[in-house]
Ligand binder design. Structure first.
Ligand code: ATP
Ligand code: MG
Length: 392
């Protein structure tokens, strides 16, 4: 441990140029600040494609900040580091104490240096050699191996200080949330939609969720489960609003008045209409679903055409070409899997047709829907909408 310890976050998508780059950095710095707030007080600023996170009090929890920063989109890698004076002696002394535990475990090491300060009088190779020499003297049991070392000591010569750190860990990647616009994500209690939401958030999209409930066919536990899924996404996405829209009457009317083979498709058209209304009110510019081509009868190409027919917003389906296995892998990685598999019913599983239409046409579904008061049902559902603000 070292009470000077701080974090260096490297920025992703460095191909961004000009104005974009500035917007990227500003957004990322403000997202990092917000996400680290509950870890104590930190100074957060950007220099040369790196975000510096420095604790400002004894109480600032660097380990917690490290964990939180690993979930912030826009960061490609992250290292815990210690700053020191920009001399070979100070750098070696810092590495000796800060990385003593790593040296005790490693049989070989090398030093890798980067010189962001181009005015520094030594080249990075000279720095590596000089620091490596001093460390080899200090740790005679750890051999120098520049090809396959067990431990790499990183030295970064920057503007004010030199920084010493061990290996960096991968960050969450992607773009800072807020840079990719604002969308409404249809969140069910399943495995797919938390993953699709996460994937779009990683492209910088700020999310607002909509969830449809059909009491008494669906339970309070099913709704709580969805709120919990949203909460599990907040370390990545930030706090968010979940709109809860009552769906019982719509489903009962569909069952009463429409041919059974179209139940699911008509229901999904209502979901799209309602989600679009929520989006327009929120100023959101797209809808997101967890649909994956061919996964179920309502996710064939023909079926997607039928559902899309009722909205003029782009419908983003990041899972469209993914296998269930890949989706599950991501769900485990981001921590939503265990909650998603809790066995509560979703309104999608209420009144499912025994033989859903496999090649529906937009025309025939529109006609089947004429038996319903679409406008009235939509308005009534929207009037019953409530919302919850979900925080980390
Ligand atoms: P998931 O695992 O996300 O539940 P699924 O494979 O069960 O997906 P469907 O039930 O057909 O697929 O739903 C497809 C998509 O429709 C979901 O991924 C989600 O985006 C949306 N959706 C389904 N049910 C609801 C609901 N009750 N509230 C909000 N959105 C829903
Ligand atoms: Mg579902």
């Amino acid at each position: 441990m070292n009470n000077n310890e701080m974090l260096l976050l490297k920025l992703g998508e460095v191909v961004l140029k000009g104005l974009n780059r500035r917007a990227f950095e500003d957004r990322l710095v403000s997202n990092v600040r917000r996400r680290l707030r509950r870890c104590g007080s930190f100074q957060v600023y950007v220099r040369q494609s790196t975000i510096y996170v420095e604790p400002t009090t004894e109480e600032s929890d660097v380990a917690a900040a490290y964990d939180a920063a690993r979930q912030v989109f826009g960061v490609v890698s992250i290292a815990r580091a210690v700053p020191c004076e920009k001399t070979v002696e100070a750098i070696a002394a810092t590495a000796r104490t800060y990385l003593a535990g790593e040296f005790a475990r490693a049989r070989s090491f090398k030093v890798e240096s980067r010189r962001a300060d181009k005015l520094f009088p030594m080249t990075s190779i000279q720095v590596s050699q000089a620091v490596g020499g001093l460390l080899a003297e200090a740790f005679p049991d750890t051999a120098v191996d520049v090809h396959h070392p067990e431990l790499t000591v990183f030295v970064e010569i920057r503007e004010k200080h030199a920084y010493v750190h061990g290996p960096s860990a991968p960050g969450a990647g992607g773009l800072p949330v807020g840079m990719g616009g604002h969308a409404v994500s249809l969140l069910s209690g399943g495995l797919d939609s938390p993953v699709s939401s996460w994937m779009m958030a990683r492209r910088g999209v700020e999310l607002e969720m909509v969830h449809f409930v059909s009491p008494p066919y669906t339970s309070q536990q099913a709704q709580d489960k969805v709120l919990e899924l949203a909460r599990l996404l907040t370390p990545y996405c930030g706090r968010m609003i979940v709109h809860i829209v009552p769906f019982t009457k719509i489903q009962e009317e569909i069952r009463r008045r429409c041919p059974e083979e179209y139940f699911t498709l008509i229901m999904r058209r209502f979901m799209m209409r309602l989600a679009q209304a929520v989006a327009k009110k929120a100023g959101a510019k797209a809808l997101i679903t967890g649909e994956s081509l061919g996964q179920v009868a309502s996710q064939t190409m023909a079926a997607l055409a039928v559902t899309e027919d009722v909205t003029d917003l782009p419908v983003l389906r990041p899972l469209i070409g993914m296998d269930k296995v890949e989706i599950i892998r991501i769900a485990r990685e981001i921590g939503t899997y265990e909650t998603s598999i809790l066995p509560y019913e979703d309104c999608c599983t209420v009144f499912t047709p025994r033989h859903p239409a496999t090649r529906p046409s937009v025309e025939e579904v529109r006609r089947a829907e004429e038996a319903l008061d679409v406008e009235g049902l939509t308005t009534e559902a929207l009037a019953g909408e409530t919302w919850v603000r979900v925080k980390p």
